[in-house]
Ligand binder design. Sequence first.
Ligand code: F6P
Length: 359
Amino acid sequence: MRVAVSTGGGDAPGLNAVIRAVVLGSLNRGWEVLGIRRGFGGLLGDARVVEMNRDAVRGITHRGGTILGTTNRGNPFRWPTLLTDGTWVEEDRSPELISTFGALGIDALVAVGGDGTLRIVRALCERGLPIVGVPKTIDNDVAGTDYTFGFDTAVQTATEALDKLHSTAESHERVMVVEVMGRTAGWIALTAGLAGGADVILLPEIPFDIDKVCNKVREREAMGRHFSIVVAAEGATPRDGESVFQDGAAPGGDARLGGIGARVADAIAVRTGKETRSITLGHLQRGGSPTTRDRLLGLRFGAAAVRAVATKNFGVMIALDGVDMKEISLDAVEGEPRLVSLDSETLLAAREIGVTLGD
Ligand code: F6P
């Protein structure tokens, strides 16, 4: 067997653990392993394909990022190409990818990625490629799996930031608004916000009323608590407004959310007269050494993918279901992302301890 492994989409702590498990699990079965660099780019001449031996994966479990490189602009069905006149066009390069796959003698691919990558995997499987998908994202929003690796590390980073911001907020008697990642899902905001003692948590799942946010700041003021911490998910939207995006999405890439934190901070300052500051944690949440939980999850996802390859169960993705790793249909990623449920127990806990959710 010749097995290949690739990582696509935004990086997430724990990717190297998956790679290590795929490589060692395969080598220990007597198989050969190739690493496809930069998402699917390595199959389209945009990056290299490298042999993966034991040395290639030595001592990488604790390292952030991915030793194979990645891109979130690497859709082979809509490959961005720069023309000589400076304009970009999208090309379907999947036929070339499929023929390179065959030419390299690859018997199976373990493709690690978020829902974008997994949708590509599904389409390539429909065209006959033998692929097993492994879900990853710090956003924790891939449908079909209870958790993705990378999320725990991102939450840890955000929680530590909130701990640090508390002291400066209290010293200056300010409102600090902290914008966290997560796309259209509020998992990072809710989890880090609750663990980090935020007074207000704004989630994409619950459009917020800025008056409710300001009332919380005023209530705290009246109780002698002259500072407040607001966590805003990048996808949070005001009740009467829309999501805020950054300028300049790259060709072939998705529109980038970002900027709601600063808007909320400005609105609080104007309405309450409090001094406010906003901070966007951004890609700090994607970096750093994975937590123990993410290392273990990564290793388990990788090992489970190799088991699927061993039984030639292709066209599936690995999913965490309770405490078990399962092989499920890739159909799961065709629908909506997995969002925070409005009746979730964690959300209930936030409400019960007095966190304002803006509704
Ligand atoms: O999906 C992971 C994620 O970090 C999102 O939380 C965020 O919206 C997006 O990727 C940022 O993407 P980029 O790396 O292209 O800025």
